[in-house]
Design a protein around this ligand. Structure first.
Ligand SMILES: [Zn+2]
Length: 67
């Protein structure tokens, strides 16, 4: 199975939207844990990478590193 590709500063859509009604999260920290920030209200959460990969639906906006 191919790993989902995402990068720092990408904006991603999750399977569940944030209670504020927004479903756009910016990846602001990469590592064993991923920190994402809600584009709607600015709330940020830290998620273990494995869990993030399960909950992430797709990348909406790629960061400027075009690969
Ligand atoms: Zn929010």
């Amino acid at each position: 199975m191919e790993a989902k590709s995402f990068d720092l500063n990408d904006v991603v859509e999750m399977k569940k939207q944030h209670p504020c009604g927004t479903n756009a999260w910016k990846v602001i920290r990469m590592g064993a844990d991923i920190r994402i920030k809600c584009e709607g209200c600015g709330h940020s959460v830290l998620i273990p990478r494995r869990e993030f990969e399960k909950k992430m639906k797709k990348v909406i906006v790629k960061s400027n590193s075009e690969q």
